[in-house]
Design a protein around this ligand. Structure first.
Ligand SMILES: Nc1nc2c(ncn2[C@@H]2O[C@H](COP(=O)(O)OP(=O)(O)OP(=O)(O)O)[C@@H](O)[C@H]2O)c(=O)[nH]1
Ligand SMILES: [Mg+2]
Length: 398
């Protein structure tokens, strides 16, 4: 009995223990279930989030595709616009060039003289051929054999002008002064050209003095000053390494009035200058301009009159290229004369536009009129110089 009781108690104890561990297991099970439920909920929410992100990604990709398409279209349009712009630019440039080279011609001439007719031609030619210095101021014909006109400047048609004047009087194109066709100076010597009347019988009272052109890095201003004062003998070849000195053979120690320069003409190339759109180019380089300024200071000091010969107007104005007499009706050439005057700090009235013979083998009346008119202006300036500085001396000279 006691054993039974004991056995009963042991079984009961064991049963109690099992119940306890069962309860514990149940509790743990419930906890695990709760944990799984929360993880399931988390997983569901992650899935929803993922689905949402996926759909956003698709939206973005779609958007990207749209943007890419827009971009392609824009690129196409911009290329087209660029092409149109280039074409428009080209058209503007062509138009500008046409307008520039073929400007509107003025109704009348912007200077009263020269006139492009036969009567005027003959009159100016007569004035030149029968001119002598201070003729109308009581100076005798043989007092001064000639006035000297000196041409200074970079390569720009100095020699060509002398040839054009000579050709105009001869009636056929001559090449007395050596003209070149390159950027560097062609003429190297100082050469005084006598001019003959059209009948070849008489030497006129003019000498045209050609000299080496001004160049960058080659300063011949000292020799030019000597030419102005008559110290350099005819045909002297300028030595660019050193100026002519007093003790040298070609140096004229005691120049007379006939050896000196009575009018200085700066020769510029009208084609070199540009002042339209975004292109601004001056008539000469800065170096040459400063050499001219240096010469100008000396010329000013001596009181020698200064003119500007603006060559190659045919190249800058198409109308003038076709019809030389349009030179004084071309607003473009008038403006270029104003620019040239400004460039050298001289009044616009001192600028003489010119077209020289360069291709032609026969003379034309219009080029002849221009050349003779320009020479007459130079003679008038030389006369003014002589009147102001040497009138009495010339009047009383025997
Ligand atoms: N189209 C045109 N060409 C010209 C004119 N004047 C001169 N030329 C040309 O310009 C070039 C130079 O002319 P030159 O007379 O040798 O010039 P330059 O000033 O004496 O030159 P250097 O002696 O070298 O200093 C030549 O090819 C000429 O034919 C002009 O009025 N119109
Ligand atoms: Mg020359």
């Amino acid at each position: 009995m006691a054993t039974l009781q004991l056995e009963h108690d042991r079984i009961k104890q064991a049963l109690d223990g099992t119940t306890l561990s069962n309860r514990k297991m149940e509790e743990e099970n419930a906890q695990l279930k709760a944990e799984r439920a929360s993880r399931d909920a988390e997983l569901r929410s992650t899935k929803t989030e993922r689905d949402k992100l996926n759909s956003q990604l698709m939206d973005i990709q779609y958007e990207k595709l749209n943007i890419q398409r827009d971009l392609e279209e824009l690129t196409k349009k911009s290329e087209q616009t660029e092409r149109q712009l280039l074409k428009a630019k080209e058209d503007i440039q062509n138009l500008t060039e046409t307008l520039i080279k073929k400007p509107k011609l003025l109704d009348g001439q912007w200077r009263l003289e020269p006139r492009f007719d036969r009567e005027y031609h003959q009159r100016v030619q007569g004035e030149i051929e029968y001119h002598w210095p201070l003729k109308h101021m009581g100076v005798a014909e043989d007092t001064l054999q000639h006035v000297n006109i000196l041409f200074i400047g970079p390569v720009g048609g100095k020699s060509s002008f002398i040839n054009t004047v000579d050709s105009s009087l001869r009636g056929h194109v001559t090449a007395t002064a050596s003209a070149g066709n390159r950027d560097q100076s062609f003429t190297s010597a100082v050469r005084k050209y006598p001019i003959y009347a059209s009948d070849n019988r008489r030497q006129l009272k003019i000498q045209l003095c050609d000299c080496r052109g001004l160049e960058d890095g080659v300063d011949i201003t000292q020799d030019i000053k000597s030419i102005l004062e008559g110290h350099i003998l005819n045909n002297y070849v300028i030595n660019t390494a050193s100026p002519l000195k007093e003790n040298m053979h070609a140096y004229n120690k005691h120049p007379g009035l006939e050896d000196k320069i009575h009018c200085v003409v700066y020769v510029l190339d009208a084609e070199k200058h540009s002042d339209h759109a975004d292109i601004h180019t001056p008539f000469t380089t800065e170096d040459v301009r400063s050499q001219i300024e240096n010469i100008q200071a000396h010329v000013d000091q001596k009181g020698i009159p200064q003119l500007i010969l603006l060559n190659k107007v045919d190249i800058v104005c198409e109308s003038t290229m076709q019809t030389t007499s349009d030179v004084y009706r071309s607003s473009l050439i008038r403006q270029r004369c104003i620019d040239a005057a400004e460039f050298l700090g001289l009044p616009p009235m001192t600028v003489l536009p010119m077209r020289n013979y360069y291709m032609e083998t026969s003379t034309t009346d219009d080029i002849g009129i221009l050349a003779l008119y320009n020479i007459r202006q130079m003679l008038r300036e030389a006369d003014t110089f002589l009147r102001v500085n040497h009138l009495e001396e010339l009047r009383t000279a025997k």
